[in-house]
Design a protein around this ligand. Structure first.
Ligand code: NDP
Length: 506
């Protein structure tokens, strides 16, 4: 029986009282119109982490009205790139200043490890800085070749009022993949964080006010998908919805927005394969596979949750992956040594376990883990690092998003077969290959149907590089200059210069 590495009971003190979060509407912090609130219990420590206002349709109505008024009548959409960049850079500095405070709350609400949360907050500040650089450099185009009397200018303008709906797995990072880009474009926004992780978005609102963000430019409504998310996607005053979360809700948003034909940008699920060729650097590949599947307890759209290993090296690869998996410290997310923390909710833990049990019933073999992981002294939910081998491509565990620390192992004989298994999928978020042969890597990179391809690495991301999915993994892109483009309209201005237009009527 392989022994799993467990970290219990950090010395970090829990906050004396829960964080109190309200809506930010037109520059003011407000309770809900009906006074309702909701609590978030920490998934790792069982304490009340936060108490938040529970938004109503009337709260969304007020927030959208503020964003609309500010866009239509305020100065923000016409402000200079310099002014927008100045604000974004100030927010980045304030995020750095408050990193510890934000990280602690992120851990208590999401269950992710403190060292990872700090790194994510640092990465988020970098996104605000990158978006500042885009605010100053974005431009349209000019056409000076339309003939002697004509000049054409293509203007880039902010799309308008944007609804931003975010999930619970990377609360601060994901809002920072959207909001600074929308602000750089000159949009005004209404944000709804997940009801499980609302508080760090509230802190971001505080930092925006401190940095001098004008009232009404950023509005935040806390609460549940119904009614807050629904109202944010159906309101005719909203021009665009940007959403990260499940494919199921993504599809319902596309349906909800069709009545008013809003632009919709979606970052949805993934079932991201890594192909391990026999000539791969196996030490490096094993480490990346272990990182890819256990990072954020597997609650990650980019989770490397299925691997395709060449049959000649499969048993050796599984044995090495099992040994390394057992060394990953699972446990108290407040302990700096912990690399994998708690599972977000009891329902979600049950869903993870059901996938493992169903696979075992269908003939797959559980080589490691496969059970809940009680941790001494912690009133939380944890799941063992789990490896399921002998998985066939048609099993749900090979096709659907488990969103837990569960690795599915499939095998193949030829690169052609591997590419066909990779592409026989509803999702197309990311995919990777491990081989020392550059031709093999390029062949895979060009033929795999996914928005991101990694060769001899996994889950490296940069603000400069666009991110998003093909097929049911989404539409549109975040990050890079494409991430800004999503929030821009294109306007054609055609001008006659000097000479009078020749008359149509003789
Ligand atoms: P959801 O897709 O349900 O939630 C994401 C966000 O959308 C939350 O803020 C949620 O609100 C909101 N929402 C829910 N319903 C609506 C609606 N009808 N209109 C507008 N907004 C809505 O994800 P879950 O949190 O329920 O997770 C379920 C599964 O989704 C996970 O098990 C995982 O497989 C996948 N997932 C994928 C993510 C990714 O990054 N691709 C991220 C998170 C989850 P609220 O929850 O507050 O009610």
């Amino acid at each position: 029986m392989t022994k799993i590495t467990v970290v219990a009971n950090s010395n970090t003190a829990l906050p004396a009282s829960p964080f109190k979060g309200c809506h930010l509407i037109d520059g003011a912090w407000q309770e809900s119109s009906d006074g309702a609130t909701f609590e978030r219990i920490s998934p790792s420590h069982g304490v009340v982490a936060s108490n938040s206002s529970r938004g109503t349709a009337a709260d969304v109505d007020a927030a959208v009205a503020a964003a609309r008024k500010t866009f239509d009548k305020g100065d923000w959409p016409l402000s200079s790139g310099k002014d927008r960049a100045t604000l974004l850079l100030k927010v980045a500095d304030l995020i750095d200043r408050d990193r510890e405070r934000i990280a602690l709350l992120e851990v208590l609400e999401s269950g992710k490890p403190i060292s990872q949360a700090k790194a994510e907050i640092e990465g988020a500040a970098d996104l605000w800085r990158f978006a500042a650089s885009l605010a100053r450099t974005m431009h349209g185009e000019s056409h000076n070749t339309l003939g002697r009397d004509m000049l054409g200018v293509v203007l880039k303008e902010p799309i308008g009022v944007v609804s931003i709906i975010t999930p619970w797995n990377f609360p601060f990072l994901i809002v920072s993949q959207k909001l600074p880009f929308a602000l750089a474009a000159g949009c005004t926004c209404v944000i709804k964080p997940s009801e499980m992780t609302p508080s760090t978005t509230v802190i971001l609102g505080e930092l925006l006010i401190e940095a001098g963000c004008p009232a009404g430019v950023v509005n935040i409504v806390l609460g549940f998908g119904d009614p807050v998310g629904t109202a944010m996607t159906t309101d005719p005053r909203v021009d665009m919805v940007t959403f990260t979360g499940s494919t199921r809700v993504g599809k319902s948003i596309v349906a909800a927005t069709s009545g008013t034909l809003k632009k919709v940008s979606l970052e949805l699920g993934g079932k991201n394969p890594q192909v391990i060729m026999p000539d791969a650097d196996l030490d490096s590949a094993v480490d990346a596979v272990v990182f890819g599947v256990y990072f954020n307890a597997g609650e990650c759209c980019n989770s490397g949750s299925r691997i395709l290993v060449h049959e000649d090296i499969a048993e050796d690869f599984i044995a090495r992956t099992k040994d390394l998996s057992a060394k990953v410290p699972f446990g108290d997310p407040l302990d700096p040594a912990t690399q994998v923390g708690a599972i977000i909710s009891a329902d979600h833990q049950a869903k993870i376990h059901a996938y493992v049990q169903a696979a075992a019933k269908s003939g797959a073999s559980v080589r490691l883990g496969g059970e809940a992981l009680p941790i001494d002294g912690l009133d939380g939910r944890f799941y063992q690092p789990t490896i399921v081998a002998d998985v066939s491509p048609d099993m749900p565990i090979a096709r659907e998003e488990v969103f837990g620390p569960v690795l599915s192992v499939l095998t193949f004989k030829t690169l052609e077969e591997a590419i066909s298994i990779v592409n026989d999928a509803e999702y197309g978020l990311s995919a990777g290959i491990w081989s020392e042969n550059v031709h093999t890597c390029l062949e895979f990179a060009r033929r795999a149907r996914a928005g991101t391809i990694w060769t001899n690495t996994w889950m490296d991301g940069f603000p400069e590089m666009p991110f998003g999915g093909m097929k049911e993994s989404g539409q549109g892109r975040e990050l890079g200059r494409y991430g800004l483009e999503e929030f821009l309209e294109t306007k054609t201005v055609t001008m006659r210069i000097g000479a009078t237009r020749s008359p149509w009527v003789a």
